[in-house]
Design a protein around this ligand. Structure first.
Ligand code: HEM
Length: 426
């Protein structure tokens, strides 16, 4: 990919919506300018929609170098996830009911919550899920294979992570459409198509409330008859030490369903687009699927960086990347930029399925918040591409991707594709 820097370092405004509407090549070019000329840059903030529930904040430090992102991630005592939130704007109190999950907490509270569900994500637990992931992936291909064309995002990339997190939590298939709709709203708040005409804040709260209602219904059911699912695990933890309040339960549930689906969907969609743009890489993978998969999956996550940033807040005056920061300052970790850092990645704008080492920050930096679902996501991406390369070997993207308007999720909403029709179950 040829990057095209267009702005001078003083003109780059990461809070400007227009910045995020420009092409990937231009954005990457401007991030390269920041890394080189002002790797810790002060950015002012803009308001969220027309709402006055979220006042315009004081601004933030933008970290664009890999090394600085790592340093902030490794020092959660100084760079907190709980002060304000991990979004650029502080969450208003109404939001914590639905969005106050562990991603927005510090230890020890964060660790206590993470331990409740971490058992569900161990290699052993994931091993047990293996067959479900494969069966679900085959069913997804079966649903489209006779048509010869479909929307890659909605028909192929989206269903697997959604169905798997639903299976893990014991959410019935009848609710999957509702999960899809509401998690899209929560992560797509910058995009007018997903929010509609309504007020952004009210729409987000409405989506949170609908998911919380499902959690409450499931909680009632599991209290009567516990099952072997994550929802029962969360509830049992509540019963054992009275630890989780109703509010904590809802935000726990919402974090898991939101974090577990749109991220993996976008990794698969961007990964497919990259395989079409780099046919020699695709050939390599198809020729030796098992041999190449380990590095290929990591490169897809680096390349796509589905979660563009996370925020921290300084708990004390400190220095980072040679910049003095004050207690309370917001610090934004631009994972997309860390993943293109020339000091760490050779030829970073090239998609290279055999890239080693590949110390990307697509799942976050090293520290307590490193993605809980990383191994699950890796497995889903691998299984999905195994099916695509084997069962839809000539699949091509036939139109321009329709990108999500967002500075937070690197998303594709729709992307048409075509392939030679085949037989279900083959
Ligand atoms: C390719 C797919 C995925 C990507 C790119 C991704 C990315 C991330 C990132 C960047 C973070 C770090 C947050 C921070 O720095 O504060 C994170 C945390 C998290 N992820 Fe993922 N994620 C993916 C898949 C999943 C899946 C499948 C799940 C399953 C439920 C999941 C659950 C979580 C949870 C619960 C956290 C919060 C962890 C904590 O705060 O301790 N993610 N993810």
């Amino acid at each position: 990919m040829e990057i095209k820097p267009v702005l001078s370092v003083d003109e780059i405004d990461l809070s400007d919506r227009a910045f995020w509407m420009r092409s990937g090549a231009e954005r990457e070019g401007d991030f390269a300018t920041l890394r080189k000329e002002r790797p810790v840059a002060w950015m002012s903030e803009q308001g969220v929609g027309d709402s006055d529930l979220i006042p315009i904040g004081p601004g933030y430090w933008a970290l664009t170098r890999h090394a600085d992102i790592l340093e902030a991630s490794r020092n959660p005592n100084i760079f907190s996830s709980a002060r304000g939130a991990t979004s650029i704007q502080d969450l208003p109190p109404q939001f914590s009911e639905f969005f106050g999950g562990m991603i927005n907490q510090d230890d020890p509270r964060h660790g206590r919550q993470r331990r409740i569900v971490s058992r569900g994500f161990t290699p052993r637990a994931l091993g047990k899920l293996e067959e479900t992931v494969e069966r679900r992936a085959d069913a997804i291909i079966d649903r489209v294979i006779e048509r010869g064309e479909c929307d890659f995002v909605n028909d192929i990339a989206a269903p697997l992570p959604l169905e798997i997190i639903a299976d893990m939590m014991g959410i019935p298939d009848s609710q999957i459409e509702m999960l899809f709709r509401n998690t899209n709203i929560i992560l797509g708040l910058g995009d007018a198509e997903l929010v509609g005409e309504g007020d952004i804040i009210a729409t987000a709260l409405g989506a949170g409330a609908e998911l919380a209602t499902l959690m409450n219904e499931m909680a009632e059911d599991r209290r009567k008859s516990p099952r072997d699912d994550l929802t029962s695990q969360i509830l049992n933890a509540e019963l054992e030490d009275g630890a989780l309040t109703g509010q904590e339960l809802a935000s726990f549930f919402i974090l898991l369903v939101v974090a577990g689906n749109e991220t993996t969907r976008n990794a698969v969609s961007h990964g497919m687009k990259a395989l079409c743009d780099y046919p020699s890489e695709r050939k390599k993978w198809a020729a030796d699927f098992e041999g190449v998969s380990g590095t290929a999956v990591e490169e897809i996550v680096r390349w796509s960086t589905p979660v563009i940033f996370m925020r921290r807040s300084c708990t004390q005056d400190t220095m980072l990347g040679g910049q003095a920061m004050k207690e309370g300052d917001k610090v934004v970790l631009w994972y997309n930029s860390g993943n293109r850092d020339e000091d760490v990645f050779e030829d970073p704008h090239n998609f290279n399925l055999l890239r080693t080492p590949n110390d990307h920050v697509g799942f976050g930096g090293p520290g307590p918040h490193f993605c809980l679902g990383a191994n699950l996501a890796r497995r889903e991406i691998k299984v999905m591409f195994e099916r695509i390369l084997r069962r839809l070997p000539d699949l091509e993207i036939t139109g321009a991707p329709d990108y999500l308007e967002s500075n937070f999720i690197h998303g594709i909403k729709r992307m048409p594709c075509a392939f030679s029709p085949g037989k279900p179950g083959a």
